[in-house]
Design a protein around this ligand. Sequence first.
Ligand SMILES: Cc1cc2nc3c(=O)[nH]c(=O)nc-3n(C[C@H](O)[C@H](O)[C@H](O)COP(=O)(O)OP(=O)(O)OC[C@H]3O[C@@H](n4cnc5c(N)ncnc54)[C@H](O)[C@@H]3O)c2cc1C
Length: 384
Amino acid sequence: MRRRKKTADIVIIGGGIMGTSAAYYLAKRGASDVVLVEKDLLVQATTGLSVGGIRQQFSHPANIRLSQHSLRVFKSFKAEFGVDIYFRAAGYLFLAQKETTWNDFLSSVDTQRQMNVPVEVLSPEEIKHRWPYLRVDDLKGGTFGPEDGYADPYLVAMGFADQARRLGVRVEEKTEVTGIRVKNGRVEGVETSGGSISTPVVVDVAGPWGGEAARMAGINLPVKPFRRQVFATSPFDAIPKPVPMVIDQDVTFYFRGEEPNILMGMSDPDEPSSFHTHVDRDFMERVTEAAVYRAPILEKAEIIRGWGGLYTITPDDNPVIGAIPAVEGFICAIGFSGHGFQHGPAVGLILSELILDGHTEFDLKPFAYDRFGDIKKEGEKKVV
Ligand SMILES: Cc1cc2nc3c(=O)[nH]c(=O)nc-3n(C[C@H](O)[C@H](O)[C@H](O)COP(=O)(O)OP(=O)(O)OC[C@H]3O[C@@H](n4cnc5c(N)ncnc54)[C@H](O)[C@@H]3O)c2cc1C
């Protein structure tokens, strides 16, 4: 039996996309003594339950930058990692019913175009012409990102994990971090279900449990978990392929192709924060109603399964990325709502730069822990 090492230069808490990506970039960029600790098996939590959407259509420039970097990684994933992640540039079509939403879309398009994001602004008639199965009579318009699409989140995260292991990262699955030792304002180590590990650096990428991990170090992260449910139809060929990610922003309903099926989901604004992930059949009815309203042909589709996962949400819908000044050696990337999968490649790189170089070229001000005195001013608007 392999004996666990009791020290590490860096301990990563969590084996989702953030943890596996950070592990890979740390090892690739020269860190030699990294341990990733995962309480379950790798990629079984939020990342494995994600819908895999990838888009550059964000409202906030800092999020667009994360997307642009990550998109390059997704496109070259096979060459770099030897894994086909089923990246499909099927596009993202955002739809606006309300005038205020439409104005927000147009303002986001200005920002996106200034950053060279290809995005088309479409009238309801143009939308109907290109996607005849959509109802458009209530729409102000839509925006379409032809480079956007989706990939398989499990394959991406496991691709990072496999390469991280190959580069020397120790991965301890079925090992839970139960405490973080802090002395004189500095991280000294972690307690785990498999014993203590002394370390000067802890990376909190524990997803929905990130707030709890931070509390172990005496840090209050303003993040909460919220259930999100997804439903899959049986094989459905009445809609021509490829089926883009269609987002009915005002009701937060979305669907996309998952050949040969259709995936769909929606947020429930009335649902309180919790760690529940069970599927609720009443809610499934509401999702199918929203589906049939937007794409009446979906009435013929049959839901064959559903699952629930957790969004981790901050007060302004932007994550917290970076060091926490009060505790030296504690660094986190938590609170990615419904877009953490697609930002994982960039954020893993950023964490490695902060830890190994002490700085990064990416703009982290919108993601700083200490911004919460000033929330609601510049958060992300395009959240589903
Ligand atoms: C239904 C749904 C659909 C989504 N769709 C999209 C999408 O289309 N596009 C997109 O970009 N994003 C999407 N997301 C969001 C995305 O999945 C998340 O933002 C992302 O996966 C978060 O990754 P993570 O690594 O931070 O967290 P996770 O994947 O949850 O990983 C955290 C890990 O930490 C482990 N852990 C927690 N506490 C401890 C501890 N104390 N000790 C050891 N291990 C611990 C957990 O077991 C878990 O494996 C979706 C999310 C959901 C729920």
